[in-house]
Every structure is written in C-alpha cells, then in structure tokens.
Design a protein around this ligand. Structure first.
Ligand code: PLP
Length: 370
C-alpha cells in the first residue's frame, strides 16, 4: 500500500551536529527534541545522539519521561519547567532537570524538602517577555533560589532571543547586554553555573551568544531558522547543513485527463492540454498544507512537476504531462531534496518551516536511513 513516509537521514543529523560543534567550538550542545524532534521521531534521534551531544531539551514533562524510559543517559532539561507540585517527584524519579522561570515555581521549591537535590536552570527574561524572571527583579529571585535546600548549585542561567532570525536586529544585542548585566550583578560567582542563550538563529548568526551551551533545534534537522527569500542565506544547505527529512509518498495511479477538464474539490484548476495526472497518497491528513500556492512543485523520477487542484485530506494530484513514463508505485518527493528545500515549501504555504515540520501527523510513517 502506498503511504506517506517521513524519511530521516541519520547521517545528515550527525553531520549537522558536527557542523554546529565546529561553529561553536567552545560550547556544549543541547539537542532540542521537543514536538517529537520536530517530527523526526524523538526516541530514535535521542538514542543516536545520546553519545554525541551533552544535553537534550524538551518542552513537556512526558517527553522527558519517555526519553528516560527508552534508556537515554544524557541530562534532559524541561525548557518550560514543571507545572504542578506533583511533578517534582517525577523530576527526581526520572532524573530530569528543570527550568525555573516564575515565582510560583520558586515558591513550590522553597516549601519542600527533597531526598536528593534537583538540578535547576534559572531563566532570565531579557526581552522575549514570555517566560523568565524580569531583569529588574531577577537578582532577588536568583538569590532566593540559591538558598533553597532542594536544589543543586551552581545554577545554570539561560535566556531566549525574540528576534535572532532578524540578521541586523538591535533587539538581539540588547538582550545579550541584559544577560551579561545580570551575570555581572551576581556578587557570589560560585552560584552561577553555565550560560545558555543561543538557539539555531543565535548559533548561525550571533557568535557572541554561543556561551557555554548552544541549544539547536531546527538547525539540527538541517533547516534554516531564517526566512526564505530574505537577503543572503536562505536554506540550511546555504549554511552547510544537510536536511535530515525527506517527505515522500507514492503514485496510486496515473490517469488520462482531457483539455478543459477540472480536477478535485472546488474545481480550482483546469488543464490547458490533454495530459496525464498522477494521484499521490499524501494530503493534509498527513500534514501537507492544504492552502499551498498554485504551481507548488513535487519531485518525481528526476524532475519537478506541479501540484494541480486542491490538496485533499488523503490525496494530491500532480500534472505529469502528456508524455510521462511515470507509473503507479513511483516515488514522489514533497520536500527534502536539493530542488525542494522545506524552506521553499514553507514560503509557498505561508507558514514557517518550523510549523510545516511539526504539523506532520502520525499517519506519515517514520523511516530511518544510514
Ligand atoms: C525550541 C527552543 C529552542 C530551539 O529553537 P530552534 O530555533 O529550533 O533552534 C531552543 N531553546 C528554547 C528555550 C526553545 O524553546
């Protein structure tokens, strides 16, 4: 049966880790594997990368627990911290590290005694204004945290950029300056652990932000965090990265189609010639965007051909042209090869590459190569 497949190259992944290390030679690496490793399958990725990176970062407690259950050894950080009091025992049970970003979490830690101490990271809000202690009162919270019996010292300090993808942003420089001001303001240096600010944008565009630990997400998967079409670098490949994911499926059938006939829901496209159409087992039910621009292309048997008509839940039609040799069962690539970077498809769908990757559904089956 023809199905949508998310093919993941483990070789590309290892190449990207090596390249990111080369770009930030003095830093340790935290591989960000939230959202099922941006749909690349976090279990497989974490087991392959366990010896190659220094930390893993996840967004949810459950993600961290799942990684421990399959035997991942590296430290795992909950980027959003814990939410409930009961979670603290799970952090200890599964040896998970947690970000502390708000007074509520701090209050919970202050009031309990723990059998072993927790490894925590202090999150500073340098300008994202989403999670983290505001710079104007962070020092008193940091001091309070350092006094908790329940936690290990020193405490790592982290922050996150709001605009690292804007290559000439004043905001990023201001955030860095605020971060440094905070570090300088802590009188007792022995309670300050490692520093971490840079995600993919910071790693690729802002070397001053690399610090002790870099936190690559999208770049790890070989994809650029910057907008496609922006001046200068546009795709992961332009930075020497290799896209890890190829999204592909197969032709279900090739059908005759007459000039002037339309195809699919809403009759949004009519053929200007007699042609052959391929029906492909891929749709928005697999996560391919329904509202893709007309003339977005796919790769089949060594050439690019356009999607025609509306993307449906389970099927997409492509115009193979009147003289095609393409047959049922032939492979169709939707993104991932040189001619079809995911960044380009993102631009054609009005979404970011982040969204395009993470919205893939479980119906698209993961398959690993190399
Ligand atoms: C998601 C996330 C990252 C990784 O971001 P990319 O842009 O994908 O590299 C790093 N740090 C934090 C706190 C995150 O939430």
């Amino acid at each position: 049966m023809s199905i949508a497949t998310i093919e993941v190259s483990l070789g590309a992944l290892c190449h990207n880790v090596a390249l990111l290390k080369q770009l930030s030679p003095a830093s340790q690496v935290m591989a960000i594997v939230k959202a099922n490793a941006y749909s690349h399958g976090k279990e497989k990725l974490a087991s392959v990368l366990d010896d190659r990176v220094d930390y893993f970062g996840v967004a949810r407690l459950e993600e961290g627990i799942e990684l421990r259950k399959i035997g991942v050894k590296s430290p795992i950080l909950l980027l959003e911290g814990f939410f409930l009091h009961d979670n603290i025992q799970l952090l200890l049970d599964y040896e998970l590290e947690t970000v502390i970003h708000c007074p509520e979490q701090l209050a919970k830690l202050t009031e309990i005694a723990l059998p072993t101490s927790l490894k925590v990271w202090f999150k500073l809000d340098t300008g994202m204004h989403r999670l983290g202690f505001r710079c104007d009162n962070a020092l008193s919270y940091f001091t309070q945290l350092a006094q908790c019996q329940a936690i290990q010292k020193p405490i790592n300090v982290m922050s996150h950029f709001s605009s690292a993808d804007v290559l000439n942003s004043e905001q990023t420089l201001q955030q860095l300056a605020k971060f440094d001001q905070f570090i300088d303001s802590v009188a007792d240096c022995s309670i300050v652990g490692k520093q971490s600010i840079a995600a993919s944008g910071g790693i690729l565009a802002w070397p001053a932000s690399h610090r002790d630990i870099i936190r690559p997400g999208i770049a790890l998967y070989g994809v650029s965090p910057f907008n496609y079409n922006e001046e200068g670098k546009a795709t992961g490949v332009d930075f020497g990265l290799q896209p890890a994911m190829t999204l592909k499926s197969e032709i279900i059938t090739v059908r005759e189609h007459k000039k002037g006939e339309s195809v699919g829901y809403g009759l949004i496209w009519q053929s200007a010639r007699d042609t052959l159409l391929g029906v492909v087992a891929m749709g928005y039910g697999d996560g391919y965007p329904r509202d893709i621009l007309p003339d977005t292309q796919v790769w089949v048997n060594g050439r690019l051909v356009p999607i025609v008509g509306r993307v449906a839940m389970d099927m997409i039609l492509i115009d193979l042209g009147p003289d095609t040799q393409v047959q049922a069962g032939d492979e169709v690539v939707f993104w991932g090869n040189e001619s079809l970077p995911v960044e380009k498809i993102a631009a054609h769908s009005g979404m970011s590459a982040y969204e395009l990757l993470t919205r893939l559904t479980e119906r698209a089956k993961l398959h690993y190569v190399d």
